[in-house]
Design a protein around this ligand. Structure first.
Ligand code: FAD
Length: 484
C-alpha cells in the first residue's frame, strides 16, 4: 500500500520524513512522481487542481492525528480534501500537503436507532445507497458525487430539506481530530460548543473522521426529473414558481434556471422537479408547469437512492468552475427575471465556451429550515428566502477574474432587487442571505456567519489557537506560514 518515491533524495526532507513516519501504518503517501498522484490532485473544477508537495491518504483517525501532529511540528501548510467539489480552492494546495480522506468512505447504518454513520471522505452516493438497503434516507446533496464532508460542514440543502431541514439539522454527532491531534466527539452532549461551531463552520475546526446522521424511513420511490423549456417560456415558469411558494407542502422541490447546454447551445430554462410521493399527485401538482410544453421531459418514478444521481450528467468534472450564492424571495416579477437572463446571456455569449454556465433559483421549501434559529448553530443562512446560485463554467484561465466580478455583481442584483436585504443590522434575525458553501474563501466571515462570527472567532481560539485550519472561510486572520 505504501507508495514511496523512487528518488527520495530529490524530495524536500520534511515530506520524506512524513512518509517514513507513516510507513507500514496502512496510510498511503503520494509524492508528485508516485503512481496515482495525478488522479489524487484532480478536483471537480480544473482551476482547483494544484500540485501539492505530497498527498496523505489516511485510513484511520489515528493516521489523521499523526499527520496533524507532524504538520504542527514542522509548520507545513496543508488542506483537507473531502469530495473535492468546492470551487473556492480550499481543498487543494500548491506548496504543501493534502490530507485526502477519499480512502475513508465506510458507511454503517443502525436501522433500529435510525442513524447513519459516514466516514469523513464519503460521497453522497455512499450514504444514499447504503441507507436505502434499510429503507432509510437522510438529507443529502442533489449531486451524489459531492462530498459529505464539505457539504455537511457548511450546512447542506437537499431534496428532503422541505421535510427534514438542512443536513446539519440532522447531524447528531461528529468524530473530529483537532489541531492538537486529539480525536474527540462533538454532539449536543459532548463538547457542545464545538458542535455548535462545526454545524456551519466545521472546516475551520478540525478533520471530521465520522458523521452521525439521523435517518428517516424512505421505502418508496419518488417522482423526479428534468424539464427543459425554450427561453420564451421563462415568464410562465416564474409564475409557476410564485405559485409553488405557497402551494408546496414541503414534499416538493423546484430548481429552475438558465443555461445554454449542448447540443444546441441555445438559451433554455432548465427545471428539476421533485415530489416525495406518487406520480398521480406529482402530475397534478406540477400540471401548470408541464402544460408549458417542455422540449425535454425526463420525469419518472425513481428509487430514492437514484434521485441524487439524476443531475450528475450536468455536473461533469471538465472545465474551470465557480459557484456563487445569493438569495431571492418569491413572488418574483417575470420582467425582473427576464432582465437577469439578459445580463447572464450577454456575458456568456460574448466569451468563449461558457455556454454550460448556469444561474439556478433553488426553490427548496424553507418552512422546516427556519424552525431552527440562526443562533442555534454557527450556520446563519436561515430566513424567509431561497438560495440563488451561479455556477460559471469556462476553459480560458484569462477569464478567471472577470467571471468572479460578474458573478458577484449578478448575484447582488438578484438578491437586492428581489427584496433580500443584505444589511448586517438585521442578519441575526433574517439570515445572511449567502450560503457559505457557494462562497469564495476570501468572503468576510461576517457575510457568512453574521452575528455568529464573533463567537466563532472565540471558539477558534479555544479549539485551534494557532489557526492551523486556515484555508476555508477566514474566521480569524491567517497566520504567516513557513514553507519548509
Ligand atoms: C456539482 C455540485 C452540486 C452541489 N449540490 C449541492 C447541494 O445539493 N446542496 C448543497 O448544500 N450544496 C451543494 N453543493 C455545494 C457543496 O456543498 C460544496 O461544494 C462543498 O464544499 C462540497 O464538499 P466536498 O467535500 O465535495 O468538497 P471539498 O472541496 O473536498 O471540501 C470543501 C471544504 O470542506 C473541507 N472538508 C471536506 N471534508 C472535510 C472533513 N471530513 N473534515 C474537515 N474538513 C473537510 C475542505 O477542507 C474544504 O475546506 C454542490 C456543489 C457541486 C460542485
Amino acid at each position: 500500500m505504501f507508495a514511496l518515491s523512487e528518488d527520495m533524495d530529490s524530495l524536500p526532507d520534511v515530506y520524506k520524513l512524513l512518509s517514513e513516519e507513516l510507513k507500514g501504518s496502512g496510510a498511503v503517501v503520494l509524492m508528485p512522481d508516485s503512481e496515482g498522484y495525478g488522479a489524487s490532485i484532480k478536483r471537480w473544477s480544473e482551476h482547483c487542481e494544484k500540485r501539492a508537495r505530497a498527498v496523505v491518504l489516511p485510513t484511520t483517525p489515528s493516521h489523521v492525528s499523526t499527520t496533524l501532529s507532524f504538520i504542527r511540528t514542522h509548520e507545513i501548510p496543508f488542506v483537507v480534501r473531502g469530495g473535492g467539489h468546492s470551487t473556492s480552492g480550499s481543498s487543494s494546495i500548491e506548496d504543501g500537503l493534502v490530507i485526502d480522506l477519499s480512502k475513508m468512505r465506510n458507511v454503517t447504518v443502525d436501522a433500529e436507532a435510525r442513524t447513519i454513520t459516514a466516514e469523513g471522505g464519503t460521497i453522497w452516493e455512499d450514504v444514499d445507497v447504503e441507507a436505502a438497503k434499510f429503507g432509510l434516507a437522510t438529507v443529502g446533496g442533489t449531486v451524489n458525487h459531492t462530498g459529505v464532508g464539505g457539504l455537511t460542514l457548511g450546512g447542506g440543502y437537499g431534496y428532503l430539506s422541505g421535510r427534514y431541514g438542512l443536513t446539519i439539522d440532522n447531524l447528531l454527532a461528529v468524530d473530529i481530530v483537532l489541531a492538537s491531534g486529539e480525536l474527540v466527539r462533538a454532539s449536543k452532549e459532548e463538547n457542545a460548543d464545538l458542535f455548535w461551531a462545526v454545524r456551519g463552520a466545521g472546516q475551520n475546526f478540525g478533520v471530521v473522521t465520522a458523521f452521525v446522521f439521523k435517518a428517516y424511513p424512505q421505502p418508496d420511490p419518488v417522482f423526479a426529473g428534468t424539464l427543459v423549456f425554450l427561453a420564451e417560456k421563462l415568464p410562465g415558469i416564474v409564475e409557476f414558481a410564485n405559485k409553488f411558494h405557497t402551494a408546496n407542502d414541503g414534499n416538493q422541490v423546484l430548481l429552475w434556471g438558465f443555461s445554454c447546454p449542448p447540443p444546441l447551445k441555445a438559451p433554455v430554462v432548465l427545471t428539476q422537479i421533485f415530489h416525495n410521493g406518487d406520480e398521480a399527485f406529482a402530475k397534478t401538482f406540477f400540471a401548470d408547469l408541464l402544460a408549458l410544453g417542455p422540449v425535454v421531459d425526463t420525469t419518472a418514478m425513481v428509487p430514492y437512492e437514484k434521485l441524487n444521481a439524476l443531475l450528475n450528467p450536468t455536473a461533469g468534472f471538465d472545465g474551470r468552475k465557480l459557484f456563487g450564492g445569493g438569495a431571492f424571495k418569491l413572488p418574483l416579477s417575470p420582467v425582473f427575471v427576464q432582465a437577469l437572463l439578459g445580463d447572464f446571456l450577454d456575458f456568456i455569449s460574448e466569451r468563449d465556451r461558457m455556454n454550460e454556465s448556469l444561474m439556478l433559483f433553488e426553490t427548496v421549501p424553507y418552512k422546516k429550515v427556519v424552525q431552527v434559529s440562526n443562533e442555534a448553530m454557527s450556520f446563519s443562512n436561515r430566513g424567509d428566502y431561497y438560495n440563488v446560485a451561479t455556477c460559471f463554467k469556462w476553459f480560458d484561465p484569462k477569464l478567471d477574474a472577470e467571471i468572479r466580478d460578474f458573478s458577484r455583481a449578478l448575484l447582488k442584483k438578484a438578491s437586492q432587487a428581489a427584496g433580500v436585504i443584505q444589511d448586517s443590522a438585521i442578519r441575526s434575525v433574517e439570515g445572511v442571505g449567502t450560503y457559505g458553501n457557494y462562497s469564495e474563501s476570501d468572503t468576510p466571515a461576517s457575510e457568512i456567519y453574521g452575528s455568529n462570527a464573533k463567537k466563532l472567532a472565540e471558539l477558534k481560539h479555544k479549539y485551534d489557537p494557532d489557526n492551523l485550519f486556515s484555508r476555508g472561510m477566514r474566521l480569524v486572520p491567517r497566520p504567516v506560514v513557513v514553507v519548509n
